[in-house]
Design a protein around this ligand. Sequence first.
Ligand code: CA
Length: 255
Amino acid sequence: MQPSLSLPPADLRCRRPVEHYGRRVAVLLLVEDDPRIRTALTRALTDRGHAVSSEPAGLRGLQRVLDDPPDLVVLDLGLPDVDGIQLLRMLRPVSRVPVIVATARDDDAATVAALDAGADDYVVKPFSAEQLDARIRAVLRRTAGDETVTRLEVGDLVVDLRARTVELAGEQLELRPREFDLLAYLAARPGEVVSKRTLLAEVWQQPMGGADKTVDVHLSWLRRKLGETASEPRLLHSVRGVGVKLVEPPGSAPR
Ligand code: CA
């Protein structure tokens, strides 16, 4: 049975994620049903400077690619709802997003089927995060002709995703790992309001939700380190009942 999908208008299906390349951060979508692998890969790829989100099932992954195209998809083949190769065959007529298949299947037939179905590369589990990252960068170089830049600037805030350092007006800030992840996530999306639920899912890897308080506490720590308060925000703004956003402060000189 062919599962049904709601497709976006044709002109949106292959759009390049210009807004992401504008910030030159590789936005990756991981489609993987094993929660341990999903969490480990998300962490490892985030540490290497990518903005990573994930889906635990094939059709949700496919819908996500169509709704909000990432720069690259890392695709497991053994998924609960639809086989990865079948998913590729459904994806290719409507999207040219680069896909790296990451699977435990190491037989020739599966490799050939995945490449024939439109995969850009193929990596067999277990693999190191270094190898996957190198393959991601190679595929992005081939498909986008654009180096992945790992430095985000919002006003006088500079986030170096690879070195995991943050400078504010030239002064280095000492952030805890999760504070850094939270700030980097927001800095990759300046001006975009992000809900606490999304932050829990993407930064804390708690897709089922968790305590909003966790986010609140980290936001208040971040604010203190950024030298601002919730009532007098400069970079980090709460939007009541919706979420939080990082914005370029008015009057901050472009660098
Ligand atoms: Ca699997």
